[in-house]
Design a protein around this ligand. Structure first.
Ligand code: CA
Length: 141
């Protein structure tokens, strides 16, 4: 009995110890902290941009104002969760003076809502409506 216990103890002692070396731990920790800082700064920068865009959204004819008008038109949903104010989408797009401003509207839309404007146009409109939108945009210089 005692011998068995001793043999077991010896076997346990011979077993290689599984331990992460200090270096690996340091690298992992540094990586984690680095990632944390990266995402933290990114979140702060995103919020900062969003804040600026939200203030700009109240200025008439600002790209952020057009972007929020489009978003409101998209969200003109009924109780079933669908519905889009297509007329408002078209009139807002008509109001955008040129292609450069439209590109700014796309950036403002991404800053404000974290989404792609053309992707949202595609999902909110029918094919015919979307083609009409393309015509309005492509007519701009
Ligand atoms: Ca909608």
């Amino acid at each position: 009995m005692a011998l068995q216990k001793l043999a077991l103890q010896a076997a346990l002692n011979r077993r290689p110890k599984i331990s992460i070396s200090n270096q690996v731990t340091t690298v992992l920790l540094a990586g984690g902290v680095g990632l944390g800082i990266f995402f933290g700064i990114r979140a702060v920068a995103k919020n900062f941009k969003k804040g600026i865009r939200e203030r700009q959204a109240l200025i008439p004819n600002n790209p952020a104002a057009f972007a929020s008008q489009l978003k409101l038109a998209f969200e003109n949903d009924n109780a079933f969760g669908w519905g889009t104010d297509e007329a408002a989408v078209f009139s807002t797009l008509e109001e955008i003076p040129n292609k450069a401003t439209f590109n700014s509207v796309q950036r403002a839309y991404r800053d404000l809502y974290g989404k792609n404007l053309s992707a949202d146009l595609k999902s909110e409109l029918t094919v015919a409506e979307y083609n009409q939108v393309l015509q309005i945009i492509n007519a701009k210089f």
